[in-house]
Design a protein around this ligand. Sequence first.
Ligand SMILES: NC(=O)c1ccc[n+]([C@@H]2O[C@H](COP(=O)([O-])OP(=O)(O)OC[C@H]3O[C@@H](n4cnc5c(N)ncnc54)[C@H](O)[C@@H]3O)[C@@H](O)[C@H]2O)c1
Length: 249
Amino acid sequence: MNFEGKVALVTGGASGIGRATARRFAELGASVVISDLDGQNGSAAAAELRARGARCIFVGCDVSDPRQVVHLLDLALSFFPRLDFAVNNAGIGGPWEPLQTYPHEGWDSVLAVNLTGVFYCMQQEIKRMIGNGGAIVNVASIAGKRGLPYQAAYTASKHAVIGLTRVSAQEVARHDIRVNAVCPAYTDTPLITPLIAGNSRRVEKMLERIPMRRFGQPSDIAEAIVWLCSDESSFVTGQAVNLDGGMTA
Ligand SMILES: NC(=O)c1ccc[n+]([C@@H]2O[C@H](COP(=O)([O-])OP(=O)(O)OC[C@H]3O[C@@H](n4cnc5c(N)ncnc54)[C@H](O)[C@@H]3O)[C@@H](O)[C@H]2O)c1
């Protein structure tokens, strides 16, 4: 894969899967726009890639605010001439609660970021890709394929992201834009730290559900994302690819 001359946008690029994906795009020669709510880690991530010789900018953006998303895309395209790849990765976990007592604020905030944020980003990305072609990858989860108990909002948001992926893939195929999702199982990032920190029994139970007996690494997910953006996957669209060490098998 060679992404020289290509431009990639990664939301939630300050940390975890997004940061590893931004790094992989840069290694393959792409110019990279890292976006995140977290300005400190986002700027550091962009500086790291520039220090390695990549063309990279950081743009702060809360994906749940449609005006900020328009600003993000405007700024990205004022800096770089085009947008080839977009990875809608920003996401939050939300509360762990039984559905009947699931807090409404938690529900609203998870849906606002994980679902509506992806919707806002896709709208702006597709508008900018029409006429040029491109590839979009939404970061869903295995929680988009099966129910995770006590994670009603997260599970609903990720199922819905797969739905959005399938709808838009059909709508934009004629514009030479492909849209896919990835569905990682537990991946070693700060998102799962509150779940596993100091709880070896829980880690054991989580690993028991994964035939490969390990968590995913951000680089495992990044590699699949860049493949889905590349010409190597030119006939793949509308798919939600499980990256789960065999968990859903
Ligand atoms: N880690 C896992 O086990 C796992 C498994 C399946 C799917 N995912 C998904 O992968 C994606 C990335 O998560 P991660 O594990 O790398 O977690 P992470 O916490 O390391 O990274 C998420 C990033 O998103 C950013 N973010 C949060 N809210 C935002 C907002 N409103 N606007 C912009 N940026 C925002 C955070 O600041 C953070 O940098 C998420 O969509 C998550 O649901 C993670």
